[in-house]
Design a protein around this ligand. Structure first.
Ligand code: GLU
Length: 419
């Protein structure tokens, strides 16, 4: 058996080429999108608490600025490398295009083990990383945001570092910052809320009701919020997991109490108990007999190894790139409905866009307005993708890529090549 290709950038290119073919694009019409516009690698020195110096590898990649400033998160994780950040940057281009917000795509990351670092070390790392990527970020160039293992506090340090070096406050340089310094109401829950809206949209199209069971992989800012909002909607969340453990309860888990437990337990589910709950493995969670599976952790979780064992009828990708291309093909053949990441998890960047607009206008919107605008954008994108899916008899992933690539390639054509 051939070894499965798990290079996320190559997987992205395969999808891109296929979508271009479906759209009838010539190679020349989109070849520029096969390459990131700009790649910056930085070596970030940090004096650790023990007095020793450690050099961390960091990246900031601009995949495309064709439709507007580059946009995308920053992740802190041991698996961060150039290929991963390149893929994540490209996915941001497609994500922003599929929901039709005026941004290109970017991503950043630092290879590190944040859970082993003190707050002091994380602050120093963040400030120095920000200073080193400073030439290529800014509200009109590239706007970082939270991603895996980064949060409001990290964004606050980035905003402060950028502002200090400029000499004046620049709130619009990052999104996902605390509300007190120009963050947006609703931003923290936005990705999870977008996932919930997407689940409602897909079951509506399939004429199903909410009497369904769901398993969620990942219990952080995305998975935890999605699980909470979906349980409030009346779905039964039977499986949850995080990096520490996976849990199953046939009758449905009390998500509110699990969230409360994780909050007080270093953001870990390990040790959470309620009557009838059992610990399972991460792979067992993915293969639970549920109606809907929501991978909300890292990429390459559903591979050709476990794709045939997945029993969910619908998968809603809350993480970026959780399914490999080969697994995707297996699931498509098995008629599993797959709502792709670039559509399903776009809620975060949509409210990031609202945050940036508020910053640029020095104006603040209220939360109900933000949530209803988010729903409007998510619903419209879902409709557009669904229509292409039906008209062309292609998967939802292919349809989402066709919508996104169609928009970016058109913008590229109109702009032309400089000089
Ligand atoms: N990191 C999030 C994502 O992957 C949010 C990006 C943003 O808000 O810019 O979509």
């Amino acid at each position: 058996m051939s070894k499965e290709k798990c290079n996320p950038y190559e997987n992205m290119l395969t999808m891109l080429d296929k979508a271009a073919e479906k759209l009838g694009l010539e190679y020349d019409d989109y070849v520029g999108l096969r390459y990131p516009e700009r790649e910056l690698t930085v070596s970030v020195p940090v004096e650790m608490d023990n007095g020793k110096k450690v050099i961390f590898q960091g990246y900031r990649i601009h995949h495309s600025s064709t439709r507007g400033p580059c946009k995308g998160g920053v992740r802190y994780h041991p698996s961060v490398d150039l290929e991963e950040v390149k893929a994540l940057a490209a996915w941001m281009t497609w994500k922003c295009a599929v929901v039709n917000i005026p941004y290109g795509g970017a991503k950043g990351g630092v290879k590190c083990e944040p859970e082993k670092m003190s707050e002091n070390e994380l602050r120093k790392l963040t400030r120095r990383y920000t200073a080193m990527i400073l030439p290529i970020i800014g509200p009109e160039k590239d706007i970082p945001a939270p991603d895996v293992n980064t949060n409001e506090q990290v964004m606050a340090w980035m905003m402060d570092t950028f502002s200090m070096l400029k000499g004046y406050a620049v709130p619009g340089v990052v999104t996902g910052k605390p509300v007190d310094i120009g963050g947006s109401l609703g931003r923290a829950e936005a990705t999870g809320r977008g996932v919930m809206i997407t689940v409602l949209n897909v079951i509506d199209k399939l004429k199903l009701d909410k009497n369904m069971s769901i398993a969620v992989q990942g219990f952080g800012n995305v998975g935890g919020v999605a699980a909470m909002l979906l349980s409030e909607q009346g779905f039964k969340i039977v499986g949850i997991s995080d990096a520490s453990c996976a849990l199953y309860k046939k009758e449905g888990i009390d998500i509110k109490s699990a969230l409360e437990y994780a909050k007080n337990n270093n953001r870990m589910l390990k040790g959470y108990e309620e009557e009838g709950i059992a610990e399972i493995t991460n792979n067992e969670l993915l293969c639970l007999d549920v109606d809907i599976l929501i991978p909300a952790a890292l990429e390459n979780q559903i591979t050709k190894k476990n794709a045939s064992d997945i029993r969910a009828k619908i998968i809603v990708e809350a993480a970026n790139g959780p399914t490999t291309n080969e697994a995707d093909e297996i699931l498509e053949k098995r008629n599993v409905i797959m709502v792709p990441d670039i559509l399903a998890n776009a809620g975060g960047v949509v409210v990031s866009y609202f945050e940036w607009v508020q910053n640029e206008q020095y104006f603040m919107w209220d939360e109900d307005y933000i949530n209803s605008k988010l729903k409007g954008v998510m619903d419209k994108a879902f409709e557009e993708v669904w229509k292409i899916h039906q008209e062309n008899n292609v998967s939802l992933r292919m349809a989402a890529y066709m919508v996104a690539l169609g928009r970016v390639a058109k913008a590229k054509k109109i702009r032309g090549i400089f000089p």
